[in-house]
Write a protein that binds this ligand. Structure first.
Ligand SMILES: Cc1cc2nc3c(=O)[nH]c(=O)nc-3n(C[C@H](O)[C@H](O)[C@H](O)COP(=O)(O)O)c2cc1C
Length: 228
């Protein structure tokens, strides 16, 4: 049975876009616990459950991570990071996304929390396959509870210094970072390639006529309403 205010699974899926601007309000422990208690219901190879999570709220640690995010951003987008005003000239969707990335690069230390997601090195033949299901559970649960987040790996530029700062043992791998908090931007809808472009029947490349008849936005209107 869904709890009061829970948007439900499909509305959550269709509206869980990457949110990168947060109110300063801390996340209560009981809310955090619910996120992790849902995250760890995910499947993992051999049910190994070798995922580990660190909730980072220490201002000094977040500030260090913000510095590494700046370095990561300047290496990834040297031109835009040196001239942020150029973002204003980009097409709308790109402009809005990159502005929000730039905002988080500049303000990562103000995020109420950053979750680091880890797994055992070499434990699985498909690295990440036993970690990201839990990440998705966590992100969808965050959406359902009115929290915004996204994967934000730019601070991983910190490399070994970051691992040392967080006391991460050598046998663990850092998979991703999730800044999280109550968002100031609105949820969804998410823009994705249509089903017909990515799903084949029987063999790679073979059409699926039913999918071709569906609107390019898929069935999001069923869950978000026509004005989404
Ligand atoms: C593995 C992975 C790494 C990502 N790394 C970053 C990142 O370093 N910085 C960032 O701003 N977003 C990052 N993202 C978020 C994606 O850019 C985002 O999920 C995608 O653009 C879709 O955004 P939307 O859900 O708002 O449409 C990452 C996502 C994934 C799954």
């Amino acid at each position: 049975m869904a709890a009061d205010g829970d948007p439900g699974l499909f509305e959550s899926i269709y509206s869980m876009r990457a949110l990168r601007r947060f109110r300063p309000d801390p996340i209560p422990d009981e809310v955090l616990f619910q996120l992790f208690d849902a995250a760890i219901r995910a499947p993992s190879g051999q049910n190994a459950q070798d995922w580990r999570f660190i909730v980072i709220t220490d201002p000094a640690v977040k500030k260090k991570m913000q510095g590494w995010a700046e370095i990561g951003w300047s290496r990834y987008q040297p031109d835009l990071s040196a001239h942020p005003e150029k973002i204003d000239d980009l097409p709308r969707t790109q402009r809005l996304t990159l502005r929000s990335v730039q905002h988080l690069v500049d303000n990562l230390h103000e995020a109420p929390a950053i979750i680091a997601v880890l797994g055992l090195q070499g434990r699985h033949s498909t690295p990440g396959g036993s970690t990201f299901p839990a990440v998705q559970n966590l992100m969808l649960s965050a959406r359902a509870l009115g929290l915004g987040c996204s994967v934000f790996n730019l601070p991983m530029r910190g490399g070994d210094e970051l691992l040392e700062l967080l006391d991460i043992p050598e046998n663990n791998q850092l998979y991703c970072l999730l800044p999280i908090g109550y968002p100031t931007d609105r949820f969804g809808p998410v823009n994705r390639k249509p089903v017909k472009a990515v799903v084949y029947r029987e063999r790679f490349g073979e059409r699926w006529p039913f999918a071709e008849e569906q609107p390019d936005t898929g069935w999001q209107d069923r869950w978000l309403g026509g004005d989404a």
